[in-house]
Design a protein around this ligand. Sequence first.
Ligand SMILES: NC(=O)c1ccc[n+]([C@@H]2O[C@H](COP(=O)([O-])OP(=O)(O)OC[C@H]3O[C@@H](n4cnc5c(N)ncnc54)[C@H](O)[C@@H]3O)[C@@H](O)[C@H]2O)c1
Length: 445
Amino acid sequence: MNLTVIGTGYVGLVSGACFAEMGNRVTCVDVDQTKIDGLKQGHLPIYEPGLETIVERNFKEGRLGFSTCLADTITESNLFFIAVGTPPGEDGSADLQYVLAVAREIGQLMTQYSVIVDKSTVPVGTADLVHAAIQEELDKRKVEIEFDVVSNPEFLKEGAAIDDFMKPDRIVVGTESPRAQDLIRQLYAPFNHNHERTIFMGVRDAEMTKYAANSMLATKISFINEISNLCELMDVDVENVRRGIGSDGRIGFSFIYPGCGYGGSCFPKDVQALIRMAQGVDYVPEVLLSVEKRNQQQKRWFTRQLEKRFDGNLSGMTFGVWGLSFKPGTDDMREAPAKVLLADLLAAGAKVLAYDPVAMETAQHELPAEWFESGDVTLVGNQYEALQQVDGLLLVTEWKPFRNPDLAAMSRTMRKKIIFDGRNQYEPDYIRNEGFEYFGVGRLG
Ligand SMILES: NC(=O)c1ccc[n+]([C@@H]2O[C@H](COP(=O)([O-])OP(=O)(O)OC[C@H]3O[C@@H](n4cnc5c(N)ncnc54)[C@H](O)[C@@H]3O)[C@@H](O)[C@H]2O)c1
């Protein structure tokens, strides 16, 4: 099949590459000329394990192409995936300007029956808006071309995106058009692995499914974080509680790891967007409001611990920060807890030595330039360099190389041997026996 993926970010590039891997001819289109030029030369704009090999192979074999110009692909393709960003607008609702700009462009160019697939995460009712935008452009051109707009939300996780896309738990497809269903069924057939994973539903149902999924996962995280805060106040070890409840099949272990809050380009904005959707129909989403509020507070877990430990005075201190990306396996720093932490530390007069295995380049762009110019934040070359003469280690992202660190080397360089473990990676007794002070999330002090 010939298809076009518009928006070549985490979702668009992975989807395009995986569709090409299954034998389809795919053009990935993006307005970002630098991104497209880089991809043509084999430079990936994002870090995602396994992606480079697939992109390289399919590009070489002519199944995967890159372009900044939708018009170049329009005559060959009748299947368009919209995978552009839907960032939060000022009021928290999803900003649809990029999605609708693409819809209009498709309407200006399409020449044959087409299926337009919303893969971006978009609020309920967006397929109707996309349909209207395309129809308006067709009317302007005074042409009659049939088309269907389908919702096919993406559930991949950054850091495991290829695996998630190739072996999805489910493929949600919102459309009632039999013609569109046939096309989508054919496209996804190789991903069904002798076991039908595609769930067809109404287009609005599919749009809501994505928000409900992310909000459910965010709820689990905020719930366990709330319990961990209670544990800290009540002399209870949350790790025992976690094991005690996770073993209940109805609850399960996933997404109940206490920590310093969730970040990324999805959970924070999707919970907020669902809150705005609810408010748009005069409904007060009590659970979601609390999930969001708990997370905002949880991102300040380090700040609260540091203030308690140092009697509210961090001025003149230096802290080593391990991990800047919002989670391991990605260079994505959108809404990362590390950003809140660094801002708090600097506001309190402290300095930071920071290290991340892959997000250093992202950090250079995403963090304010003045933080580096002032010398308040220094990005260093390895995890141990971040511990030179520091008053404590702050573990923010649980990258594998941080899990079993060289405590003897750390002892030699740290001014104060204190570990604040924002992801409960370490065994408190072991760390304390090695002569460190240790603070974990919801762990016994
Ligand atoms: N990142 C994830 O893990 C993830 C997972 C599931 C769903 N989603 C959703 O998928 C969507 C895309 O997310 P992402 O993380 O891939 O975004 P991203 O910011 O990484 O990529 C979006 C790309 O779209 C391009 N773009 C913007 N306007 C364009 C236009 N008019 N024409 C062509 N290209 C254009 C941008 O240049 C950018 O490269 C969002 O709605 C997001 O919520 C993301």
